[in-house]
Design a protein around this ligand. Structure first.
Ligand code: ZN
Length: 340
């Protein structure tokens, strides 16, 4: 089988490898589609992912496929099942795992980060990491269940109340999932702030009530006129740049919650407007990976309540991983998928 190994800083090597054999408690999956994540882009450029990467390793932690072999002792899966992979494996023993905060695990491993993942033809994963997809749902939608699960954790953290005004800053794949989740969470109005016109258009199709271009004159007045009062109750920043964080503070009304969703560079900083935090009683939160939200993500995809098709814009092959990563970084793409 073909496997595309990450060899370290900006280098991939396509290798011919034997198909893995199932071990007890694992399944072998014929990989079908794997999303290119912002984290893959960070790792490719030698930055940090969700966990430390030791090349050579096969990246790709947003993927789906079909079970081809079931290891001894596996109960809930059989050959032919369509599955999606929850990449994050927690130790279960550290103080965070034992205290309801598994995403803070001291010894987290992740399929496609610390162990071989989706950018190969077959993968072997612990059975507990494979979740059943409805066989009637296109398999590439399953590749979006991991980012959707991360968005669900973010939405949980944002604590949107029914009737809230929500502003999503950044209309990439994550922003477009969050727009949909904010609606499902009961927002009265959902605003998207995004400079790219094509992304604003997709957001409109996916249910954003107002899309504004933060590079256009008068965007803030337009936002205020639509939001009414002095801004949004919940602002979710998922653009990953300084200007986006700055605008998140600008969009916040008194008593608002600002959720910083994007994965920043390790050295990124931002000067917090302390008086606003004080006087407006702002709540600023972070969000990390997808603890216990993957099953809900799969339910949403299986049910068709979340639209995936308009978000996937480009498809590449395993030989084209550098091109896939370059495309994911470009303004042209929303979500890039690699088919194994
Ligand atoms: Zn742990």
């Amino acid at each position: 089988m073909k496997a595309t190994y990450f060899m370290g800083h900006e280098t991939f090597e396509v290798r011919e490898c034997p198909i893995p054999k199932a071990k007890p408690g694992t399944v072998v999956v014929k990989n079908y589609a794997c999303g290119v994540c912002g984290t893959d882009v960070h790792i490719y450029h030698g930055e940090k992912g969700s966990a430390a990467v030791n090349p050579p390793v096969v990246l790709g932690h947003e993927y789906s496929g079909v079970v081809t072999e079931v290891g001894e002792g596996v109960k809930g899966l059989k050959i032919g099942d369509h599955v999606t992979i929850d990449p994050n494996i927690y130790c279960g023993e550290c103080e965070y795992c034992r205290n309801g905060k598994k995403q803070m695990c001291r010894h987290m491993e992740a399929v496609g980060v610390t162990m071989n993942g989706g950018f190969e033809e077959y993968s072997i994963v612990p059975a507990a990491q494979a979740l059943l997809l409805d066989p009637n749902v296109p398999l590439e939608y399953g590749a979006m269940s991991e980012p959707l699960a991360c968005c669900l954790h973010g939405i949980d953290r944002a604590e949107i109340k029914v009737g809230d005004i929500v502003c999503v800053v950044g209309g990439g794949a994550i922003g477009l999932l969050l727009v949909q989740l904010a609606r499902l969470a009961g927002a009265a109005k959902v605003v998207l702030s995004e400079p790219n016109e094509a992304r604003r258009k997709v957001a409109k199709e996916l249910g954003a009530d107002l899309c504004i271009n933060p590079l256009e004159d008068g965007y803030y007045e337009k936002f205020l006129a639509f939001a009414g009062g002095d801004g949004a109750d919940v602002i979710i920043e998922c653009a990953g740049n300084h200007a986006a964080v700055e605008s998140a503070f600008k969009f916040a009304r008194r008593g608002a919650t600002i959720l910083l969703f994007s994965v920043p560079k390790v050295e990124a900083t931002y000067e917090v407007p302390l008086f606003d935090v004080y006087q407006k009683e702002l709540t600023i939160k972070g969000t990390f990976v997808n603890p216990d939200t993957h099953l809900r993500a799969v339910e949403l995809i299986n049910s068709g309540r979340i639209q995936i098709a308009p978000i996937i814009t480009h498809t590449f092959t395993l030989d084209e991983l550098p091109e896939a990563i370059a495309m994911q970084m470009s303004a042209e793409a929303i979500k890039v998928i690699v088919k194994a």
